[in-house]
Design a protein around this ligand. Sequence first.
Ligand code: ACM
Length: 762
Amino acid sequence: MIRSLLLATAALTISGPALAASGAPITPAPASDTPREGAFVLDARTVIAPAEGDAQAQASARYLADLLARSRGLKLTVRQPKPGERAIMLTRGGPQGETYRLEVAPQGIAISSSGDAGLFYGAITAWQLATATPGQGPATIPARIIDDAPRFGWRGLMLDSARHFQSVAFVKGLIDRMALSKLNTLHWHLTDDQGWRLEIKKYPRLTEVGAWRVPAGAAAAADIDPRTGKPRVVGGYYTQDEVREIVAYAAERHIAIVPEIETPGHAHAPIAAYPQLGSAAAAPTATSGDWGVFPYLYNVDETTFAFLDDVLTEVVALFPGRYVHVGGDEAVKDQWKSNPAVQARMKALHIGSEAQLQGWFVSRIEQMLKAKGRKLIGWDEILEGGVAPDATVMSWRGTDGAVIAAKLGHDTILSPAPTLYLNHRQTNSPEEMPGRGQVIGLKDVYDYEPMPAALSPDQQHHVLGVQANLWTEHVRTEERAPLMYYPRATALAETAWSPAARKDWSDFADRLPVELDRYRGLGLTFGEAALKVRALAQPSGAGAQVALLGAEDVGEIRYTTDGSVPTAASRPYAQPFEAPLGTLVTAQAFRNGRALAPATATRIDARAVRTRVSQDLKSCTEGIVLNLEDDGPVRGDRARFLVDIMNPCWIYQGADLSGVVAIEAVVGQIPFNFQIGKDIEKIKFRPPATPEGELEVRQGSCQGAVVATLPLAPAAASSGVTVLKAPLKGVGRADLCFTFTQKAVEPMWVIDRVTLVTGHDR
Ligand code: ACM
């Protein structure tokens, strides 16, 4: 009945480019969105009406009702409408699979799809329409017809639960968030060197031993668990009942879970549990708190393949999806090279290299999975040494893996580092969570185009889709994970769902404040640090020059100097400005008049203009910087240091030394828990003059004269940061270089912040 009314509604001519570009604020942008005349008023009397006797339509209707109640305070009933009642109808027919049609007319809303997922996505879009304007209660939804379909079938996020364990509640919450963005694949990284997170009934030691570890560092070693008298362990694992619960929860949200069981490398944890699986002369006895690439590889004995077959039997019983990911990445072959039994096996099999042995190893596993009716996925290293016949390749070392795979006729998924590696910081703000130091901003993720230009149309069919990965070495708590994922996962979702021609950064940024308000309305956190504005000041005459940083590419910055919270009409920021010392700068970023994040207030005083946190210092070389968290205190806030672990050396560029009488440095120590093999020999330090070492400050360059020396003795025993101070007399402007003297890399000294102290502010 409603359908025929909708069809009678006249099409509206789109009046201007802004409307044409923006459409309704739905994210990811729908394939097509055509405005019509009139509007539908959604209120508490509207009913949500699933097709009768249709359990899936009923489930989507209830999901929509729940979202509306939680985010808009509208409590709609799910039932068939009485004559004359206004309804959101979920009807069958028309588009297939994940595609759907959504029609809004003054009389009602009709969502139609033949596919269960299509109905579900239509319901999500209806919720987005109802939350397009801020506030609670009734919503006026302009009439329109949306025809929507995904660009890619694989729209993924990866969660690393091995490096740090997350709760069942967290995983379910992530699944719910994915559903809001029409993401449909959760790649669950369940095993790695640092942890085995999946209960395997036949091999209980995998979790008894492999799921627990003592975190690295002196602070954790000193944190004795009174129950054991030993250092407290962290970790956990998912029982098979919990996994079944999570898999069912995901299925209800049309999300497939792809489990990853890493082979033949990243296997420290299972080898610690069952040493007979390993290739090294000496197996590890416990799971480790180190990061990086461990040397431990499974051996190639038939008993090891029997073990893997047993594990995969339990895995496929838990995960009903088509794919199982078996890793394959970063398997350094040293242990295979030096193991006589492995070498003998290679000879017997006429396998000429360790790379080919890995190819053979992965093919063996592919046969096991095939026998269980499943398909193998591996990281792009599985292309080396002969790729297994039906393997799907996940391209992480750039896009070459995807191109090679597709040209060879293999399916592939684009998941390249660093752009889609969400363990990278999304801003340089010191508020940013720990992670890899290279900044991968929201726009970097948005701008990523997954379809390699090098592929012919036929080969392009092998590109299943796109995925962003969150490795959790530096994501110690699950509360931090959403701050890394979002809003970048929202950008990824648009790349994965929306037609390439619909993608437009400016349009996405226009819709972003609405989407962020939806998250806030549901109590969902995201990386707000990247959207907040930060004031960075330097001395200028008797006052300061203030630069405002943040929300680059997304918003415009507005600010006040009278202590008031900015509005969209406050003074716009264009370039650094002069301000007297003592000024309170309050700044905020807006997009189309809507604030992106809370305002920040900074007092520009004599210390602020001469203080630099590690994130604002320049790394001396172009190495890989990490934003690392202190290992102490074990409980409570910990400092974060931006450091190049291969060359811990920082430069305060163009420091104003006039009037400076001393330097204050806040320093900490981090455990050097990185498996970097022989590269450790490349890390060089100047020798210490005192037993605990010194922080040395050089002027001009890192080879310049030492202008201040800060002995580290007062900081040596501290599990947190320590303030050190030494005289420093300077004139003019100069770069200052900071390095620590130390004998060995463990633990590594790091700078938290430095302040140049003038005669006035002592
Ligand atoms: C990977 O990042 N090693 C797949």
